[in-house]
Design a protein around this ligand. Structure first.
Ligand SMILES: *Cc1c(COP(=O)(O)O)cnc(C)c1O
Length: 414
């Protein structure tokens, strides 16, 4: 059994083993920081752009500059970046409902989409106002048993009704591989060749700035995500974004407010400076989170657990999964992590039911911004393989402290 002293020794060894991976991460972070800096210069950001507006928010120059920055960084023609987009799910729903019309079909090509989208699409429940309720059909091609993309299945599923193809970059909370930018490029080419009129839409949540390219750089028509994940840099207090082809972003904006108003309104209140600062810091904060994930991966592998991804695997999202093997260890991991948080360290996580999940879920998050998962957080459903999905961390030192506290609690259960 590994005791506290041995754990500290192991941490030193692991820290040495992962150094070359840290250098890889720093290279990407440097490229992305350059990209962000160029975007700020191009948008000619000045002090007055950092001040918020009120009321309707007509003609807000700071908001326009921020959207120019996002369009540049994410490789699209236009962007909608707003504090009033309340979450990633909201940003994604704007794209789905903005683009799709009755009679169209949505095709998901990597199995079930992220949990929170199921009711919006109408896969689960019977909500008034779901895509299904509007006469928009849904088709899904599952991943093959080995986790790979089912090219034949996608070929068969594409048809003249397919108006939009939903692609997910991150693994989400599933024990499977994420779709990296190279794989995404292949997939988008394949889809465009067979159904050139279909809009390729990427749920980019957790993937932003992990690689030196983004989905629109390799042909995606439209992407969306949350500002309390990667692109908010741990600074944005709320918000979401949509980037892509100008006409498609306009459709999402029409859905966001009302047709005819689109993106012309939207007061920036007192969050304007924070959204600017957030995207500026995001390449660095994402790199810190990635270093923390890499350290965690190697540490738990050395402790004898199955991890995904491995520490030396290339990454396209910030999620680290560790299969802890039993419910007790999963709960203890979350308690250890929570106990090392700057906020709510005294709170003791308990497994509980969650809407949309069959099994109880246990989670840890002691964050400054409520629910922000670019800050260190972890969750896991109480079912085989009792995996904890951990992400975020504003500094790699903090992730290390948190994860060592979690490991200590896990080892107590042995
Ligand atoms: C987080 C996430 C979402 C939803 O974002 P919320 O802000 O939680 O609504 C959608 N897709 C993926 C892959 C995510 O990670």
């Amino acid at each position: 059994m590994i005791d506290k002293i041995n754990l500290d020794q192991l941490a030193i060894e692991v820290e040495n083993e992962v150094q070359s991976r840290y250098r890889d991460i720093e290279k990407i972070s440097f490229v992305n920081h350059q990209k962000v800096l160029t975007a700020f210069k191009k948008a000619k950001v000045s002090d007055f752009h950092l001040k918020g507006g009120s009321g309707y928010g007509y003609g807000d120059a700071g908001r326009k500059a921020l959207e120019e920055i996002y369009a540049h960084v994410f490789g699209g023609e236009r962007a909608l970046v707003r504090g009033q987009i309340v979450s990633g799910t909201h940003a994604i729903a704007l794209c789905l409902f903005g683009v799709l019309q009755p009679g169209d079909e949505l095709l998901a090509v990597q199995g079930a989409p992220y949990d929170t989208l199921e009711e919006a699409i109408g896969i689960r429940g019977d909500a008034h106002g779901s895509l299904k309720n509007y006469g928009i059909t849904y088709r899904q091609v599952d991943l093959l048993p080995n986790g790979q993309i089912d090219w034949q299945g996608i070929d068969k599923a594409l048809n003249e009704k397919t108006k939009m193809v939903l692609i997910q970059r991150s693994r989400g909370y599933a024990w499977r591989q994420s779709l990296d930018i190279k794989g995404m490029e292949q997939l988008i080419k394949f889809i465009k060749k067979r159904q050139s009129g279909a809009v390729t839409f990427v749920d980019n949540c957790y993937g932003e700035l992990v690689e030196d390219k983004e989905p629109c750089d390799v042909g995606a028509d439209l992407i969306a995500g949350s500002l309390i994940k990667n692109p908010g840099g741990g600074v944005a207090p709320t918000g979401g974004y949509v980037v892509g082809q100008a006409n498609l972003v306009e459709m999402a904006a029409n859905r966001w407010t009302a047709p005819g108003i689109g993106d012309e309104v939207g007061p920036t209140l007192d969050h304007q400076r924070l959204l600017m600062q957030g995207i500026f810091l995001a390449p660095h904060v994402v790199a810190e989170a990635l270093k923390g994930a890499i350290f965690t991966s190697r540490l738990f592998e050395r402790l004898g657990f199955k991890v995904s991804p491995d520490y030396d695997e290339q990454r396209t999202d910030i999620i680290q999964a560790v299969a802890l093997g039993d419910a007790g260890k999963l709960v203890q991991f979350c308690r250890g992590l929570q106990g090392a948080s700057p906020v709510d360290a005294h709170v003791r996580p308990e497994p509980d039911g969650m809407p949309g999940y069959d099994d109880a879920v246990v989670m840890a998050a002691g964050t400054f911004v409520q629910g922000a998962s670019i800050e260190l957080s972890a969750d896991g459903p109480l079912r085989e393989p009792y995996a904890v999905y951990m992400q975020g961390g504003l500094s790699k030192e903090y992730v290390k402290l948190g994860v060592l506290a979690a490991a200590e609690e896990v080892l107590k259960t042995v």
